[in-house]
Ligand binder design. Structure first.
Ligand SMILES: Nc1ncnc2c1ncn2[C@@H]1O[C@H](COP(=O)(O)OP(=O)(O)OP(=O)(O)O)[C@@H](O)[C@H]1O
Length: 257
């Protein structure tokens, strides 16, 4: 289990402040969605939380300042699925997913049976076991996205930070991935995921952080956060929000000018 505490987090890129005044405690056992318009700072916040970009304020992972954690420990604790990653090396899917075990390996050591079993579980859970012999650079965008998710799952970290895991996926695979993220959380993991699909955020997230202009402007259960007024103010859209029993649908209907 892992808890991430963000206090007054800020990030500047190229001298531009792109994230500021972010405060949140992210506890295990939940799917936390980060939503907000393009350029709001979602990916940058995720990258700062992983120590991939320099930040101000404080980021603690289980009460340990991220800056003081050894890289290997951080990499075993927080798995990362980056946004739209391009693949350059013609590796087989199985080898690519095996790279997810790197944080667990001592230098020059071989994969253990436990590593191989973790890779197998990740291939199965991401639904890409049948692609294992394929060259990853030859895959379609959606297939590649699921393979990269499998690589992140292979880490078997207590925290999973996923940046737009639904991009390129067809509706069935979107549901599969969100079901999988929810299952991870129900198993005790902390799952933090950037999403653009507000219906998926409302249906699958236990908590939603709505970002605008570099900071969190609302934080809570999805339907408390994703109100028509906020969607108008933050995204500049009108939207219908409907509930059918347990099922929620948020459909953007137009621009609100
Ligand atoms: N290297 C950089 N130098 C300067 N500004 C940058 C740099 N990288 C990103 N930015 C800016 O930081 C802001 C936040 O970018 P970020 O990628 O975090 O947004 P996002 O909310 O994830 O957006 P999207 O939904 O489009 O993926 C944007 O305005 C972006 O142009």
């Amino acid at each position: 289990m892992v808890t991430i505490a963000l206090s007054d987090v800020g990030v500047s890129l190229g001298r531009r402040p792109v994230v500021h005044d972010v405060n949140a405690v992210l506890a295990p056992g939940a799917v936390v969605g980060i939503v907000g318009p393009n350029g709001a700072g979602k990916s940058t916040l995720l990258r700062a939380t992983l120590g991939l970009v320099a930040s101000t304020g404080s980021i603690c992972v289980d009460d340990v300042p991220l800056a003081r954690m050894a890289r290997g420990v951080a990499a075993r604790t927080l798995a990362y699925l980056p946004q739209g990653q391009t693949l350059h090396w013609p590796l087989t899917v199985e080898r690519l997913v095996t790279l997810g075990r790197l944080p667990h390996l001592a230098p020059m050591s071989r994969l253990s049976d436990a590593d191989a079993a973790a890779v197998e579980r990740a291939l199965e859970r991401a639904g890409v076991a049948d692609l294992r012999e394929r060259i990853a650079t030859d895959l379609s965008g959606g297939e590649r996205a699921r393979v990269l998710l499998a690589r992140a799952l292979a880490v078997e970290a207590p925290g999973l930070l996923a940046d737009e895991p639904l991009a390129s996926l067809d509706p069935g695979h979107q549901i599969d991935v969100m079901d999988l993220l929810r299952a991870e959380a129900r198993g005790g993991a902390l799952v933090v995921t950037v999403l653009h699909d507000l219906t998926m955020a409302a249906r699958y997230c236990d908590r939603v952080l709505l970002m605008d202009a570099g900071t969190i402007v609302a934080d809570g259960v999805p339907l408390d956060v994703l109100t028509p007024e906020r969607l108008r103010a933050v995204y500049g859209i009108t939207a219908t929000i409907e509930r059918f029993g347990e099922t929620v649908t948020i459909v953007p209907t137009g621009r609100a000018y």
